[in-house]
Design a protein around this ligand. Structure first.
Ligand SMILES: [Zn+2]
Length: 229
C-alpha cells in the first residue's frame, strides 16, 4: 500500500480521484470509513498548526502521504534534513556557549575553543543520541518494528525535530538560555508522537525510547562541558 489513512493508519492505494483539474473526490478508508486524508484539501497553515499541537494524524499525513519512502529522491531528502538537523544543533550549542561565556573576549583562541566545543557537542552528542535511540528501539520496540525500514524512522525523527527552528528567533530577540531546554522538551514530545505514528507501538514504549536517547545526549553534552571547563 502506497499511502495511509490519517485517522487509523490503515493502508490505501489512493487518497483521491481526480475528475478534472481542481475537481477531486477524497477517498474513504476501508477500515474506519472516514476520509483517508482530509489534509489534501487543507491550507498548509492548518497542517502546521496540527503539527505544532502534536496531532498524530498530521504526522501520518506528512510522514506517509507526503514524505514517505515512495517520494522521489528519498535519499536526497534525508541528506538535506540531516544537514539542517546538525546545523540547528550546532546553533543550539553555540547559544549555550554564548550564554555561559563572556563574548567580550574576541580573541582567536576563544573563537577556536568555541568552534571545538560546538563541533564536539554536535558530533559526539548526536552519535550517542542515535546509538542510544537504536539500542532503545531494539529493547523497547523490538516486537513492533517488524519490517519497518530504519530509514523511515530516521526520517520521522528528523522531521519531528523541526521545532528547533525556533532557536533562530533567539537571534532576533533576547531569551534566557533556559528557552533552549524548553525547545528540547518540545522536540522530545514531537519525536515521541512521530515514533508512535511510524512504528504504531504503545505510547509508553515510544516515550521510553525517545526519553533514553534525549537523556543520553543531554548527559554526554554536560560531561563534555565539565571536561572542557
Ligand atoms: Zn482509517
Amino acid at each position: 500500500m502506497k499511502y495511509r489513512c490519517v485517522e487509523c493508519g490503515y493502508g490505501t492505494n489512493s487518497l483521491f480521484v481526480q475528475y478534472s483539474p481542481g475537481n477531486i473526490r477524497l477517498m474513504k478508508c476501508e477500515n474506519c470509513k472516514a476520509v483517508a486524508d482530509e489534509y489534501i484539501e487543507c491550507e498548509i497553515m492548518i497542517i502546521v498548526i496540527d503539527l505544532i499541537v502534536n496531532k498524530p494524524k498530521a504526522y501520518r499525513h506528512l510522514l506517509y502521504n507526503v514524505l514517505g519512502s515512495q517520494t522521489l529522491n528519498f535519499k536526497g531528502l534525508l541528506w538535506k534534513l540531516s544537514f539542517g538537523f546538525l546545523l540547528l544543533d550546532a546553533y543550539r550549542s553555540l547559544l549555550i556557549c554564548r550564554s555561559k561565556e563572556e563574548w567580550s573576549s574576541t580573541s582567536i583562541a576563544s573563537f577556536i575553543w568555541t568552534c571545538q566545543k560546538v563541533l564536539m557537542d554536535v558530533v559526539i552528542g548526536n552519535l550517542m543520541f542515535f546509538a542510544t535511540f537504536l539500542l532503545a528501539m531494539r529493547i523497547f520496540l523490538s516486537t513492533s518494528i517488524g519490517s519497518l525500514r530504519y530509514k523511515d524512522i530516521f526520517l520521522a525523527i528528523l522531521v519531528s525535530s523541526y521545532f528547533k527552528m525556533c532557536l533562530f528567533a533567539m537571534m532576533v530577540w533576547e531569551f534566557p538560555s533556559s528557552v533552549v531546554f524548553i525547545i528540547d522538551l518540545y522536540v522530545l514530545s514531537s519525536n515521541i508522537v512521530a515514533l508512535k505514528v511510524i512504528t504504531e507501538s504503545a505510547m509508553s514504549r515510544c516515550v521510553l525510547t525517545c526519553f533514553s536517547a534525549h537523556l543520553m545526549k543531554f548527559l554526554v553534552t554536560q560531561a563534555l562541558e565539565l571536561r572542557t571547563l
